[in-house]
Design a protein around this ligand. Structure first.
Ligand code: SF4
Length: 342
């Protein structure tokens, strides 16, 4: 399939420049954190055999979860469902420290696939809480990453789920307030919320570096580039994938006429193509390329076989596997904790 993709840097201008074409966003799809988490489960299965338990979806993508299930992974909602002494992988979204405590009580062998960029936000939260700050965490209520981060210092972290929450925030000392954020938010929306926070708390401290991760930002940047040129934007991703949902929102905000989120090509409605000359295609950070290929094939069968890749940056980020897997040089499972705590 890649043989008929033409890589371009400049976007051909003007809707209808070609009768029917696809602008394929790059970068798209798997980020380094997702890649690492998926490989971690596969490697755990290779090293220790099935079953390897995984708490929650390892990444927010139905196809990835089903594929790992076929290889022997068993997905559970909570660690209490995992038999004592078993191996459990924590997902890329991160967990609260209480989850590690629960795992120790059940003598579980844990492999922590938390993305290092999520772990960075956890560390920032711990450090600022230790320094006596109130932490305003910009993020979406109920998202697993937010729950995990808030668990690091629940008494110090206040969730700010959009600019409309700003008026209700209460802190102990307005001179010791810092903001952090979920890694997969819309950059523009987050900065608008932070702008409101700064009006309320003029001494608000910013994080030392961006919390919204490189992958989320890069996927939004290229969508901003192609959106004005597209009549329709198809984002491949699951509905519970925060960064995928944000791509739909960013596309609409930057000028595509319509945008839809689909897990699979067969969810595309032919009606969406009516009057569409240029279709944009991208995918969230938890989406394997095979699902994008399915969408391109679906479009090609309907006359959209002119595919032009629009690349804004080449990603080279890679993360080492979780240390528990690197330490296990032989096929012996890592030993369960010797002492039960809690
Ligand atoms: Fe890590 Fe960003 Fe990927 Fe989330 S989207 S797993 S934070 S690199």
């Amino acid at each position: 399939m890649t043989g008929w993709i033409v890589e371009v840097i400049e976007i051909p201008q003007g809707r209808g420049a070609s009768m029917r074409r696809v602008l394929l966003a790059a970068p798209r799809g798997f980020c380094a954190g997702v890649d690492r988490a998926v490989i971690a489960v596969e490697r755990a299965l290779e090293q220790y055999g099935s079953p390897v338990y995984v708490r929650r979806q390892i990444v927010h993508n139905e196809y990835v979860v089903r594929t790992l299930e076929k290889k022997g992974a068993v997905f559970v909602e909570e660690t209490e469902e995992v038999p004592e002494g078993s191996i459990v992988v924590f997902s890329a979204h991160g967990v609260a420290p209480s989850m590690h405590d629960e795992a120790r009580v059940s003598r579980l062998v844990t492999i922590d696939a938390t993305c290092p960029l999520v772990a960075k936000v956890h560390k920032e939260a711990i450090r600022f809480a230790d320094e006596g700050f109130d932490i305003l965490l910009v993020g979406h209520e109920g998202h697993e990453e937010v729950i995990g981060t808030m668990g690091e210092a629940p008494e110090r972290i206040h969730l700010v789920d959009g600019a409309e929450d700003v008026a209700d925030v209460e802190v102990r000392d307005e001179s010791k307030v810092v903001w952090l954020s979920q890694t997969t938010l819309s950059v523009d929306e987050t900065m608008a919320t932070v702008g409101e926070l700064k009006k309320r708390f003029p001494l608000l401290v910013s994080p030392p570096s961006d919390d919204i991760c490189y992958a989320t930002q890069n996927r939004q940047v290229v969508v901003k580039q192609i959106a004005p040129e597209t009549d329709l934007l198809i984002v491949v991703g699951s509905r519970n994938s925060s960064n995928s949902v944000r791509l739909v929102e960013v596309g609409l905000e930057y000028g595509t006429k319509a945008a839809y989120l689909v897990d699979f090509a067969d969810e595309i409605d032919e009606v969406w193509l009516e009057g569409a000359c240029t279709v944009g295609v991208t995918s969230g950070a938890s989406v394997p390329e095979i699902l994008v290929e399915g969408v391109l094939e679906w479009l090609a069968k309907r006359g959209y076989s002119d595919v032009q890749t629009v690349r804004t940056v080449t990603e080279t980020q890679q993360f080492a596997l979780p240390r528990e897997l690197l330490q296990a040089a032989d096929s012996t499972p890592p030993s369960a904790p010797a002492e039960v705590e809690g």
